[in-house]
Design a protein around this ligand. Structure first.
Ligand code: ZN
Length: 214
């Protein structure tokens, strides 16, 4: 019997818990969790010509070029720890990237974590970070024991400056615009599964496994 690597993609708006779920699925299957955030940071650390271009792109807040992203992702997917499979999070972000991935390491399933804009805004607006250790809290979902102080180190809790309702709505608008074609792409080839992103982390994890018949 031949061995088939397990390849999955997570799509979902900010606030859907996509990164957390991608990591949990990867841990469960003992395969690599790969996020473009990490790939970009690693490229910037290497300080190559490509790394400098990524750094400039990240600093300007613009999207990284498809060709650069594809190059970095292809490189990452050729690493030894990826031979049993991967869970990708943050990629593909454009149809061009999805087509590229199809030729190199086509995913078996794409999991779309569904969350309404209203719910995503509510989740994102409530986020607070410890200014000392970075621990994330939330005014509805993960309240600190004492208001405005970190449970682990007592540091001040601050809201991210770009977590205003306006900027979140703009990020969601962009998300829909760039993701709709990718959703259609995987749906048309029968590889899209939709999972309700509203329940708690553990429940969503169970639902993801069920949707993938794991
Ligand atoms: Zn802290």
């Amino acid at each position: 019997m031949s061995f088939t690597p397990k390849r999955f993609i997570f799509l979902g708006p900010q606030g859907s818990g996509k990164g957390t779920q991608a990591k949990m699925l990867a841990d469960f299957l003992n395969i690599a969790h790969i996020s473009t955030g990490e790939i970009f940071r690693a490229a910037v650390d290497q300080d190559t010509i490509l790394g400098k271009r990524i750094a400039a792109g990240l600093a300007s807040g613009k999207l990284i070029l498809d060709d650069d992203t594809n190059t970095l992702v292809a490189d990452r997917l050729s690493a030894v720890d990826v031979q049993n499979g991967f869970v990708l999070d943050g990629y593909p972000r454009t149809l061009n990237q999805a087509t590229f991935l199809e030729k190199t390491s086509a995913p078996q399933k794409t999991i779309l974590l569904e969350l309404s804009d209203a719910e995503a805004i509510k989740r994102l607006m409530g986020r607070m970070n410890c200014s000392k250790c970075g621990t994330v809290f939330h005014e509805f979902y993960k309240r600190p024991k004492t208001d405005e102080a970190c449970d682990s180190c007592g540091g001040d809790l601050v809201k991210r400056r770009d977590d205003t309702e306006e900027s979140i709505a703009e990020r969601l608008r962009l998300y829909h615009q760039e993701t709709e074609p990718i959703i259609a792409f995987y749906e048309n080839s029968g590889r899209l599964v939709r999972v309700d992103g509203r329940p708690g982390i553990a429940e969503v994890h169970v639902a993801v496994k069920r949707a993938l018949n794991l």
